[in-house]
Write a protein that binds this ligand. Structure first.
Ligand code: LLP
Length: 412
């Protein structure tokens, strides 16, 4: 599943001891495994073999240029949600015709940049956005290929903050509005409806919600056909979950099989936007324990990584496995792993049974490759962590550690 494992009593990232990485590059430190990224992309993409398809990696999961370049070299397209992500994808050499642009609030200048670049299509989320894209494209003498993001009203049974395809969510258009909007798009200058899109949520651990959404989209596609609207692309978004703890998400192969049953023979190109399933288990966050501290009710490990480095536990109550970098037989005890930030919500784990850990020891927070660094911030004026990509025995500094000078550079 990933290339972080103990060898001879200590944790390795591929062929490199994590301890050495921490000593040379400092902590907190994100470490990504190139072999794991490649393996995950290959396993995902090949699961849809036989179907006309484009796998557009979701840049928001991990947008490091080194990661984007590695995936781009394997033929990945990209799913972007901002002008900044467009900039990253183009800079990483991703051909524009492999880029889809999702997101509920695209700014006029971002729309213009994407049109100038010549992206594959815009996943449009409101009537106002459709009209704005039409106006900008007409002004530029272009036609924007678009799809509408349908909100299929399916419960993905995941955390409420990352459920996106239910009636109450801000995303997409309900089916009724979507039909009226396709008819409007058909007659609107500057836009050309070529796709149909949905994304129902993230960290899904069963296939049923995907299939329910797909069936609704296919019915809708047939209804569009009856209106003479010819659709080429069916974009089913991202969302396939991973194992953080004991979850047992379906393997991409099962996902592929289930989709193929429904799509084989249909004149549609499938687009998928996986993020977490590619990057999540391909990264760890390495942190040093600054202090240990006992209070009447708790034993704390005060780590040098905090909620500004990895916000998922604080924001969603997410579980990330934490292991000592040094593998040793030792007694276990319940601890809270917390960071230096001045908030009680600053924790990486709560009431967690861990092997007894000493001051100055290194910990690895697992499954941190997706929505880790990309959601990090400078809160408490903490320079952001460095990011490394390990490829076999080679170590690439994919992002240098920020300095205090970086923190104030835009204010001087
Ligand atoms: N496509 C669209 C339109 C999306 O909004 C997302 C994720 C994806 C694809 C990729 O989904 P994935 O395959 O990674 O599940 N920060 C949260 C996750 C937010 C997901 C937002 N959208 C977390 O840390 O769990």
């Amino acid at each position: 599943m990933h290339h972080f494992e103990y060898r001879g009593g200590e944790l390795y990232a591929e062929d490199v001891p994590v301890r050495e990485l921490a000593e040379r590059h400092g902590t907190p430190l994100y470490v990504y495994s190139a072999a794991t990224l490649r393996r995950h992309f290959e396993a995902f993409d090949s699961a849809f073999e036989g179907l006309d398809r484009l796998t557009c990696y979701s840049v928001k999961a991990n947008s490091n240029l080194g990661v984007l370049r590695l995936l781009g070299a394997m033929g990945a397209g990209m799913d972007i949600v901002s002008g900044g992500e467009l900039h990253r994808a183009l800079k990483a050499g991703i051909p524009a015709e492999r880029i889809v642009y999702s997101g509920v609030g695209k700014r006029p200048e971002e729309i213009e940049q994407a049109l100038e670049a010549g992206i594959l299509m815009f996943n449009v989320e409101s009537v106002g956005e459709l009209e704005r894209i039409g106006r900008i494209a007409s002004r530029l003498g272009r036609t924007a290929d678009i799809s509408l993001r349908i909100n299929p009203d399916v419960d993905p049974k995941t955390h409420p903050y990352i459920s996106t395809g239910m009636k109450k969510n801000k995303f997409g258009l309900d089916m009724g509005t979507a039909m009226a909007t396709y008819l409007r798009a058909r007659d609107l200058p500057g836009v050309n409806p070529v796709g149909i899109d949905c994304h129902i949520g993230s960290q899904l651990t069963t296939l049923e919600p995907f299939l329910e959404a797909l069936d609704k989209l296919l019915d809708f596609w047939r209804a569009l056909g009856a209106e003479g609207i010819a659709i080429k692309y069916l974009d089913l978004g991202g969302g396939l979950g991973i194992t953080y703890d004991a979850e047992e998400p379906p393997h991409p192969r099962e996902f592929g099989r289930a989709l193929a049953e429904r799509l084989r023979g249909l004149p549609l190109k499938l687009i998928l936007e996986p993020g977490r399933v590619i990057a999540g288990n391909a990264g760890i966050l390495v942190s040093r324990v600054l202090y240990t501290k006992d209070t009447p009710s708790k034993h704390f490990l005060i780590a040098d990584a905090a909620m500004n480095d990895l916000i998922r536990p604080s924001l969603y109550g997410s579980y990330h496995k934490i292991i000592p970098v040094l593998e040793q037989e030792r007694p276990r005890r319940a601890v809270d792993v917390v960071g230096p930030i001045c908030e009680s919500g600053d924790f990486l784990a709560r009431d967690r049974e861990l092997p007894e850990v000493e001051q100055d020891e290194l910990l690895a927070v697992l499954s941190a490759g997706a929505y880790g660094f990309t959601m990090s911030s400078n809160y408490n004026s903490r320079p952001r962590a460095a990011e490394l990509i390990v490829d076999g025995a080679e170590v690439i500094v994919a992002r240098r550690r920020e300095t205090c000078a970086d923190l104030t550079a835009l204010e001087d």
